[in-house]
Design a protein around this ligand. Structure first.
Ligand code: UT7
Length: 332
């Protein structure tokens, strides 16, 4: 049998605390109108102080395992995408392996920010297709609220990001009904500093200092206009590339699940592909930008809402820090 990969189960988790734009108005000089008009975001979820990124991931992973009908011992490999790990090292993959009570299986982290889940999805597909494993758990989870500067100085990024987690159980199949078709991945490190947290970093001496904390270099820096400018061209380009690889036209897609960075970016992608609103998924209004978690959360919701059915063609696509951009095409 030729080996292919299918999604066996999906799950997602948002921490219960909802923070609205009006809540942020109390903390900084911003407005609900500005945030909604520029980004489409109305509210986001922030985790409680005693919750870590892997705690969110555990909830999403348990939901995905239940959806797939897997027990923890069925998982043979873990791929964890995040930019907000619990520890500088080791990565979240091993922490999740332990918290979920998995066997002593391989576990790794992907540090690709907004495209982390798509890159992880592609790696899992490779691991399954080459015969190394039959069942892989891929997670995107982010706990971004602790790094946000919830003040007027930090408002350019603080209003955009949220916490959450999504997970997918991928398993080997014969490809006759469902299967992952392929992937395209790109990067251009020339733009690495346009969206970054630069400190602490091992290229710097000293590794960390009080000055770095005070001058804001331990916080998120984003050149929003530059990111936006690239996103609206690279996003549709990488989608069209992966579709062309498989002879698929945009109109054949049941759903595009784009990374949720900005409603205006999603709208630009939709227009470029000439698709109706209901075929490009959007939940940014409720969750903000949850970075590596946004695609698995959106895909899990879309399936729950009946927007994707078995056999439908679905495209996952993302653009973000790095810059990196990537897309995956699958028959769900
Ligand atoms: O997932 C990672 C990928 N990230 C992205 O894709 C983000 C891409 N970029 C964007 O989504 C948009 O650039 C933003 C939503 C970040 C910003 O929208 P914009 O239309 O590009 O606004 P801007 O940065 O040009 O700022 C416009 C004005 C500025 O004031 P002046 O200089 O015109 O007086 C900002 O200081 O808005 C001001 N501003 C704010 N005002 C109220 C910036 N942040 C805020 C805020 N509330 N939170």
């Amino acid at each position: 049998m030729t080996r292919f990969t299918r999604i066996a189960g999906l799950g997602h988790y948002l921490p219960p605390r909802v923070v609205t734009n009006h809540d942020l108005e109390q903390l900084m000089d911003t407005s609900d109108a500005w945030i909604q008009e520029r980004s489409g975001i109305r509210e986001r979820h922030f985790a409680a102080d005693d919750v870590g990124c892997t705690d969110l991931a555990v909830e999403a992973a348990r939901a995905a395992l239940a959806d797939a009908g897997w027990k923890p011992e069925d998982v043979q490999f873990v791929i964890f995408a995040t930019l907000s790990p619990d520890l500088y090292f080791p990565g979240n993959g091993v922490l999740l392996q332990h918290k979920l009570g998995l066997g002593e299986v391989g576990a790794m982290d992907i540090r690709n920010q907004c495209t982390g889940f798509v890159y992880g999805f592609a790696m899992a597909d490779g691991v399954i297709r080459m015969g190394t494993c039959d069942r892989v758990l891929v997670i995107g989870s982010e706990l971004q609220s602790p790094a946000l500067r919830l003040t007027t100085e930090g408002r350019d990024t603080a209003v955009l990001f949220g916490d959450g987690a999504g997970a997918a159980c991928l398993e080997v199949c014969d490809g006759s009904a469902s299967r992952v078709l392929g992937h395209r991945m790109h990067s251009n490190g020339k733009y690495a500093l346009e969206l970054t947290i630069q400190r602490p970093g091992a290229a710097n001496r000293p590794w960390i200092s009080n000055e770095m904390i005070e001058d804001g270099s331990c916080g998120i820096h984003m050149n929003g206009r530059e990111v936006f400018r690239h996103a609206i061209t690279k996003f549709p380009a990488v989608i069209l590339e992966v579709l062309a690889d498989h002879g698929v036209k945009p109109a054949d897609l049941a759903l595009v699940v784009p990374h949720q960075a900005n409603e205006r970016i999603t709208e630009a992608v939709r227009k470029r592909l000439d698709l109706p609103d209901e075929r490009v998924y959007s939940n940014i209004g409720r969750y903000g930008n949850t970075t590596a978690a946004s695609i698995p959360i959106a895909l899990s919701e879309a399936v729950t809402e009946g927007k994707v059915k078995r056999g439908d063609l679905v495209c996952l696509a993302s653009f973000g820090s790095g810059f990196t951009w990537a897309a995956s095409l699958l028959r769900y």
